[in-house]
Design a protein around this ligand. Structure first.
Ligand code: GN1
Ligand code: MG
Length: 372
């Protein structure tokens, strides 16, 4: 999709970006980031302050009610803005802002019916797909902790469910079973490995949902996608300054976030590697990320919350592998792919990571215990 815009649609893209520019002129648009769902562009304006903004076309096959996303974003940013105003932090922290169109709307529909929205770019910051520098580990934890901290007093009912079933592992398992029942699967060694991997973890897949249903883990607000490249770092200080990508901020378990942050931050080889033998879960990074997280989040975590952190790390890695694998079997209908085996390769990365997490269960549980 991005290529299509770059070759055929640049003028069109400038015209769309222009809807969100006020007096400034759009001087450049380029594909931006490595998102798997929406199409994202960085727009440059002819202006000395706030030179850039992020323009996105929301994938409405995934986010069926994109207006809810914008509504949630506005509720979230307003809450956090007020909170930071009354209790300022002693370091830089930024909240991505929704930018309005010339007609004061929070989105714009083009002639094809595509849903476009614009978000402020956090100036002088950058993100990384894998752990770039050890010193980033506590910062990534701090960023997630700060994010949770800032919304810990916003009640979950204030935000809508922008993506039903998101991170409900048993539902992904149901979808997977449906795909398996209706698809003729070509059984290569890689496919067989994945089939067996999922089959061996049927009971485990329910662990967080069971704890939620039994009231052991409370429903809170979560980010939904706090992977390493959604944390922005100040280019000068190299401190974390923002958590971006707010589309899935909605009621859920903080455990999905803790699991997602650690499964992405501690996988030094990254989600996109095809060198599966290099994939492992780095427990030193896990210790540092968790220390950064707990430095800010300790105040609202309960004894039960700690008891499920290990399972959350294991589950979210497994769940993402399951989601990639099911999408491969379904013909790559959800995640963007560069080739037909792409989702299969991504699934294997997450399953190898899950194996590494499982093989280090004792150490990981000890790290968590020592930090309480
Ligand atoms: C998707 O599009 P992106 O990269 O922000 C996905 C996440 C996955 C992630 C894996 C709405 O996020 O759940 O963890 O890919 N988002 C959605 O990279 O499904
Ligand atoms: Mg995302």
């Amino acid at each position: 999709m991005i290529e299509e815009f770059n070759t055929q649609g640049r003028e069109n893209l400038v015209a769309i970006a222009d809807q969100f520019a006020q007096l400034e002129k759009v001087i450049d648009t380029k594909a931006f980031g490595s998102g798997n769902i929406n199409d994202t562009f960085l727009v440059t304006l002819d202006c000395s302050e706030q030179k850039n903004f992020v323009l996105q076309r929301i994938n409405t096959q995934v986010f069926r009610q994109p207006k809810l996303i914008m509504q949630n974003m506005c509720t979230f940013t307003e809450h956090v803005r007020k909170k930071l105003q009354s209790t300022p932090l002693n370091r830089r922290w930024e909240i991505p802002q929704v930018l309005l169109t010339k007609n004061k709307q929070d989105h714009w529909r083009d002639a094809d019916g595509s849903f476009w929205r614009a978000i402020s770019f956090i100036e002088d910051s950058q993100s990384f797909d894998t752990m770039h520098d050890r010193s980033h580990a506590p910062e990534i934890g701090y960023a997630l902790g700060m994010f949770h901290n800032l919304i810990s007093d916003l009640s979950p009912e204030k935000l809508a469910d922008t993506l039903q079933g998101f991170h409900i592992t048993p539902l992904y398992l149901q979808d997977y079973d449906k795909v398996l029942a209706t698809t003729k699967v070509r059984k290569t060694p890689e496919v067989n490995y994945c089939l067996q991997f999922v089959s061996d973890r049927q009971t485990f897949a329910h662990i967080l949902e069971n704890a939620k249903a039994q009231g052991i883990l409370p429903l809170r607000l979560m980010h939904g996608d706090p992977k390493i490249n959604n944390v922005m770092f100040d280019t000068t200080t190299q401190q974390a300054v923002s958590v971006i990508d707010l589309d899935t901020v909605k009621p859920g378990l903080v455990h999905y976030d803790i699991g997602d942050c650690l499964r992405s931050g501690c996988n030094r080889a990254g989600e996109e590697t095809e060198n599966w033998e290099n994939v492992y879960f780095d427990t030193d990074l896990c210790q540092e990320i968790l220390a950064g997280y707990l430095g800010v989040a300790k105040a609202f975590l309960t004894e039960n919350d700690y008891a499920y952190i290990y399972d959350a790390i294991r589950l979210i890695a497994f769940e993402l592998g399951l989601r990639f694998f099911a999408d491969y079997l379904a013909g790559n209908v959800y995640f963007k792919v560069k080739h037909s085996e792409h989702n299969l390769a991504r699934a294997i990365v997450q399953f190898k990571l899950t194996e590494s997490i499982e093989s280090q269960e004792t150490q990981i549980r000890q790290i968590i215990k020592d930090m309480k």
